[in-house]
Design a protein around this ligand. Structure first.
Ligand code: ADP
Length: 465
C-alpha cells in the first residue's frame, strides 16, 4: 500500500493537543523571558532616573545651604530694621511672612517697599525654602512647595520624602565655626515635581508592554511553524505505526480464519482425530480464538485511531433497549458462573452514535464484570439521565482493582497481575477500546474500585438532542 506521509497534516487529536501544549509552553516561556527582561529594564531605568532626580535635589540643597547664613542675615535686617519697615508683610500670627529670594534681594534696588517687585517664578516644577533654626520659613524661591511644615525628626545628613507628586529633600545646616556640631543654623528644603519623571516612566512602561506583546505575538507565529515542523516526523512515524498495525491485523485475519475453520472441521469429526491429539487441538482452537479476538481488537483500535468519527453513519440509539439486549444475552453465562445479573434501565434514554461501537463498549465492560466476579457475586447494570447526559453504570462485587493499578487500566495491553487475573484469554485492550469509543461519542468513562469489594464503571454519553 502506497501511503504519502509527507503530506499528512497534524490531524490526530492527540498531536493537536500536544502541538497546542508545546505552543502554549513555548509562548509562555518567551513571554516570561521577555517579561522578566522588560521588568528588569524598567526597574533599572526607574532606579536610574530616580537617582538622577535625587542627585539633583542633593546638589540644589548643597548649593542653597551655602547661602543660608547670608539669607538669614538679610531677612533679619528686613524684618528688624526700621528703614525696611513694611517690606515684609506681617502675618495674622504677628510674625513676618516668608518672602521670595527676589524680594529679599530687591531691598538693594528698591527705595520703598512698594518697589520691591515680586519676581516671576523661575521654575514652576521646583522650589527652595530657607528656614531659620526655629524652623520658621524665611525665604522661598521657585514655584513648587510643600504646604506642610518641616518633618519633626530630620537626620544630620537630611531626609528625602515623597508626598504625592512632589519629592523633597530637607537638610539641616550646621554652623561650620562652632565646635558643637549639633548647633543648627537653619534648614533648607528643596522640592521638585515628579510628574515628568512619572510620565516618562509611564511611557517606558507602555513601550515595554507593547514590545513584549508584539514580540510574543511574533514568537507565537514562529512557534506555530516550529511546533508543526518538529512534530511532523513524530506524526509521520505514529501514522506509519498505526497503518502497520491496521495492515498487519487485517492481513492476519484471513490466515487465522482459515486456521479456525480447519480446526472446527477437525473438531466436528472427533473420530478422525487421534485421542492423544484431542487436547492439543482444543488448545490450538482456544489460542487461535484468542488471537482472532486480539487481532480484531487491534484492527478496531487502529481504525478508530486513524479515522475521525464519521457521524454520518450515526443514528439515534435507545440505550435502554441496547443494554436490555446485552443483559439478556449474558444472562445464561452469568447463571453458569453463579453470578446474579440485575438491571435497572430508565426507558426512553436515547443517544446519537454508532450502534455497533456502543454495543462493543458495553460488552467489554459487562464481560469484564463477569470475568472478574466470583460465584455468588452480583453485577448491576443501570441506566439513568444526568442533565444533558445518559449515565450507564456497570457495577460488580468482584475482585476489584488495586488503587495503584487504577490509573493504568485504560492503557493499551495493560492487565493486572496475571496471578490475580482469572481471565486468561483477555488481551488487555478491552478497556482501551471502551474508552476510545466513549471519547469518540463525546463522552467519557470513569471507574471506582476497591480491592476485594468490587468495581463500578460509569459511562457518560450526551443525550440525543
Ligand atoms: P482484559 O482483556 O485483560 O480484560 P481490559 O482492558 O478489559 O483487558 O482490562 C484491563 C485490566 O483491568 C484487566 O486485566 C483487569 O485486571 C482489570 N479489570 C477490568 N475490569 C475489571 C473488573 N470489572 N474488575 C476487576 N478488574 C478489572
Amino acid at each position: 500500500m502506497v501511503w504519502d506521509t509527507d503530506s499528512t497534516p497534524i490531524s490526530n487529536h492527540r498531536f493537536r493537543n500536544l502541538r497546542n501544549r508545546l505552543l502554549f509552553f513555548y509562548c509562555l516561556t518567551i513571554a516570561v523571558i521577555l517579561g522578566t527582561f522588560s521588568a528588569a529594564v524598567y526597574l533599572l531605568a526607574a532606579h536610574d532616573r530616580n537617582q538622577q532626580l535625587n542627585a539633583h535635589l542633593y546638589q540644589v540643597a548643597a548649593a542653597s545651604a551655602g547661602t543660608l547664613e547670608i539669607i538669614q542675615h538679610e531677612y533679619e535686617e528686613l524684618t528688624t530694621e526700621d528703614k525696611y519697615k513694611g517690606y515684609v508683610p506681617i502675618g495674622s500670627d504677628g510674625m513676618p511672612v516668608p518672602i521670595t529670594l527676589s524680594q529679599l534681594m530687591g531691598k538693594y534696588r528698591a527705595k520703598s517697599a512698594s518697589q520691591i517687585a515680586v519676581s516671576p517664578l523661575t521654575a514652576s516644577h521646583q522650589g527652595v525654602e530657607w528656614y531659620n533654626a526655629q524652623r520658621r520659613l524665611m525665604v522661598r524661591e521657585g514655584g513648587l512647595f510643600l504646604q506642610t511644615s518641616l518633618p519633626s525628626d530630620i537626620p544630620q545628613h537630611g531626609i528625602l520624602m515623597q508626598s504625592g507628586n512632589i519629592r523633597s529633600f530637607t537638610k539641616p545646616i550646621y554652623a561650620a565655626s562652632t565646635t558643637n556640631a549639633a548647633q543648627v543654623l537653619g534648614y533648607v528644603r528643596v522640592t521638585e515635581s515628579t510628574v515628568t519623571l512619572a510620565a516618562e516612566l509611564h511611557r517606558l512602561r507602555w513601550s515595554l508592554i507593547v514590545g513584549v506583546v508584539t514580540v510574543s505575538g511574533l514568537a507565537a507565529l514562529g512557534g506555530i511553524w516550529l511546533t508543526r515542523e518538529s512534530l511532523r516526523p513524530v506524526v509521520q512515524s505514529f501514522n506509519q505505526l498505526q497503518q502497520f498495525t491496521s495492515d498487519a491485523s487485517h492481513e492476519l485475519r484471513n490466515p487465522l480464519t482459515a486456521i479456525r475453520a480447519s480446526i472446527a472441521v477437525m473438531q466436528s469429526h472427533p473420530e478422525r482425530v487421534h485421542p492423544a491429539d484431542v487436547e492439543k487441538l482444543t488448545a490450538i482452537a482456544s489460542a487461535s480464538a484468542q488471537m482472532s479476538r486480539l487481532v480484531d481488537d487491534l484492527l478496531l483500535l487502529a481504525r478508530m485511531d486513524q479515522q475521525a468519527p464519521d457521524q454520518s453513519g450515526w443514528r439515534r440509539i435507545a440505550l435502554d433497549e441496547l443494554l436490555e439486549d446485552l443483559v439478556e444475552l449474558y444472562h445464561d453465562r452469568a447463571e453458569q458462573a453463579q453470578v446474579s445479573l440485575k438491571s435497572q434501565l430508565l426507558p426512553g434514554v436515547e443517544v446519537n452514535g454508532d450502534a455497533a461501537q456502543l454495543q462493543q463498549l458495553f460488552t467489554n465492560l459487562l464481560t469484564n464484570a463477569l470475568q472478574y466476579t466470583t460465584a455468588g457475586g452480583t453485577i448491576g447494570v443501570a441506566l439513568q439521565r444526568m442533565g444533558t447526559h445518559a449515565l450507564v453504570t456497570i457495577q460488580d462485587t468482584g475482585i476489584g482493582i488495586a488503587p495503584e493499578h487504577l490509573p493504568h487500566i485504560f492503557d493499551r495491553f495493560w492487565r493486572a497481575d496475571q496471578a490475580r487475573s482469572r481471565y486468561e484469554e483477555g488481551s488487555g485492550l478491552g478497556l482501551a477500546i471502551a474508552k476510545t469509543i466513549a471519547q469518540r461519542h463525546k463522552g467519557n468513562i470513569t471507574v471506582q474500585s476497591q480491592l476485594g469489594e468490587g468495581s463500578c464503571f460509569q459511562v457518560k454519553l450526551p443525550l440525543a438532542g
